[in-house]
Design a protein around this ligand. Structure first.
Ligand SMILES: *[C@@H]1O[C@H](CO)[C@@H](O)[C@H](O)[C@H]1NC(C)=O
Ligand SMILES: *[C@@H]1O[C@H](CO)[C@@H](O)[C@H](O)[C@H]1NC(C)=O
Ligand SMILES: *[C@@H]1O[C@H](CO)[C@@H](O)[C@H](O)[C@H]1NC(C)=O
Length: 496
């Protein structure tokens, strides 16, 4: 993982430093490409190529200057429009996810006009040069949209721009170049690029005012030497940070060999892009696995999320990642967190555990193994390690994720895994002073255990069946739903 990140950063830094030389020469040229240029009288010459996706590998090139190409390609102005825009290109080739995403969109929205923006000739430059071209491409898209608006009365709210990496900012620029009253319906930024955009003002990057509704998925914001491939800051109405947003499961170095065996030497590139491109595959997943929509929860940061304290859905605090997001506009950007699997379908079920320890006299730092039984499935063993000693009356909360829906929770099994070393020492002590056998009982006093399922927002409280929750090392105890838990019980106001 380390090696991959370093290589990726070196690649970026190389391109960034190369670009500085060029930037110096070109500084003046960029300024002229500002807002409102669409009013120009001369016909707009597009530097980007637009292709209508027809299915399979087939596309039909649209020329906004020759309206008949729209009709002959089969553009239908009664239907929604999706414009997919790629990012920076090292090899000048259209990446394979583009067709996969287009296909997934069409599987879902059979009638949609899916248009692919091809700006490869501008994208295959040193990174900073490609960054400068993003406004040009944004203007090309804005021009296409304006043509549709003028000639077909096409409502811009029916347009959804999906951009990956630099393509995310391009989509934002397209939105800001449109000078009329009407805004683009939606922009989705898939891991919007970080370098040269992070910390910039809203006019210089993707931002919530570029469309009626803007969402973004951040998947590779791991910072190294002051740079992160994906932008860290929130740029949308809803910003999703799967697995904290900085790196993704299944993208680490040990998978490099898997990738190389699967894709040959190209596998190396696949690995470098793995976490960055994960944003695209999460979006594709949301289109293909309708019954497995990933839910994300508003949280201040990832460490709070890991404590499980954020699984709340009231007041739009949670939302669905991907295509089926609830488009509730809010004043400020909302950061949402979730955990995912390492491969498709990515969905995981989130549970908050709250374990209350009572009258704990002896300080212990236990390792617990928990398993849950629901009406549909069993969870299997889940290990929990506490990073601090437990004493007195203390309540711990943490997050557990499962890849299956257990149904309604019925039973909880808990086991305290004592370390073998410690047990060994105790046995020796026991042989030396055998009369003090009662001291052998190191006890852990567990009070109530509450579990809240993020996906259903249901809370279940568990009480020990026996021993009032007293637990010896290496002993299993069973918790069942607490007696007072009746369906008509008034809901507690405090939030888990
Ligand atoms: C355009 O789509 C609408 C429905 O989505 C359909 O009724 C109409 O026939 C289509 N037009 C053409 C020219 O295919
Ligand atoms: C905890 O210990 C106190 C005395 O130290 C006792 O009064 C109380 O009943 C105990 N509570 C439980 C829940 O065991
Ligand atoms: C823990 O709470 C119980 C009441 O539930 C109380 O009697 C006891 O003194 C408390 N123990 C400690 C160590 O604070």
């Amino acid at each position: 993982m380390f090696v991959v990140k370093v290589l990726w950063c070196l690649l970026l830094i190389y391109h960034l430093s190369e670009g500085k030389k060029i930037k110096g020469i070109r500084a003046g040229g960029v300024e002229t490409e500002q807002r409102g240029v669409l009013r120009e009288k001369e016909p707009h010459v597009s530097s980007s190529i637009f292709r209508l996706f027809l299915g399979g590998e087939d596309t039909c090139t649209l020329d906004p200057l020759q309206l008949h190409t729209l009709t002959s390609c089969g553009f239908n102005s009664s239907n929604p429009l999706i414009i997919i825009t790629h990012g920076w290109s090292v090899d000048g080739m259209m990446e394979s996810w583009v067709m996969r995403l287009a296909t997934a969109v069409r599987t879902n929205l059979i009638d949609a006009n899916v248009v692919l923006t091809d700006w490869l000739s501008l994208a295959q430059q040193h990174y900073p040069v490609a960054v400068q071209r993003t406004r040009t491409v944004g203007k090309d898209i804005a021009h296409l949209l304006q043509t549709l608006q003028e000639h077909y009365k096409y409502p811009l709210r029916n347009a959804h721009l999906i951009g990956y990496s630099l393509g995310a900012h391009i989509s934002g620029f397209a939105g800001s170049f449109l000078t009329g009253q009407e805004k683009i319906g939606r922009i989705t930024g898939l891991d919007p690029a970080g370098p040269l955009f992070e910390g910039m003002s809203t006019t210089d990057r993707l931002s919530p005012d570029d469309a009626e509704f803007v969402d973004a998925i951040h998947t590779f914001t791991h910072e190294r030497m002051g740079l992160s491939v994906g932008i860290k800051q929130a740029v949308a109405h809803y910003d999703f940070y799967p697995n904290g947003g900085d790196f993704q499961p299944g993208c680490d170095l040990q998978n490099i060999y898997e990738h190389i065996s699967q894709y040959g030497i190209l596998g190396f590139g696949q690995t470098v892009k793995c976490a960055h491109e994960r944003s695209v595959h999460l979006f594709i997943d949301s289109l293909l696995n309708k019954d497995k929509q990933s839910m994300a929860y508003r949280c201040s940061d990832n460490s709070a999320f890991d404590k499980g304290v954020c699984l709340d859905c009231r007041k739009n605090r949670c939302n669905t990642l991907g295509y089926d997001i609830k488009k509730v506009r809010t004043g400020t950007s909302k950061r949402l967190y979730l955990k995912t699997r390492s491969r498709m379908p990515y969905k995981l079920y989130h549970y908050q555990f709250r374990i209350q320890f009572v009258n704990q006299t002896e300080k212990v730092e236990p390792s617990l193994t928990i398993s849950l039984t629901g009406t549909k499935e069993e969870s299997g063993a889940v290990d929990i390690t506490f990073n601090e000693k437990i004493s007195g009356n203390k309540t711990f909360t943490f997050l557990i994720t499962l890849d299956r829906d257990l149904g309604e929770l019925m039973l909880l099994n808990m086991r305290w895994e004592a370390s073998p070393l410690w047990e060994n020492v105790w046995d020796k002590v026991q042989t030396i002073i055998p009369w003090r056998t009662w001291e052998r009982k190191r006890l852990l006093n567990v009070g109530k255990v509450s579990v809240k399922a993020g996906e259903t927002q249901k809370r279940t409280s568990f009480c020990s069946m026996t021993n009032e929750g007293q637990m010896e090392a290496s002993e299993d105890i069973v918790f069942v739903r607490c007696k007072e838990e009746r369906p008509k019980r008034p809901r507690r106001k405090d939030n888990l």
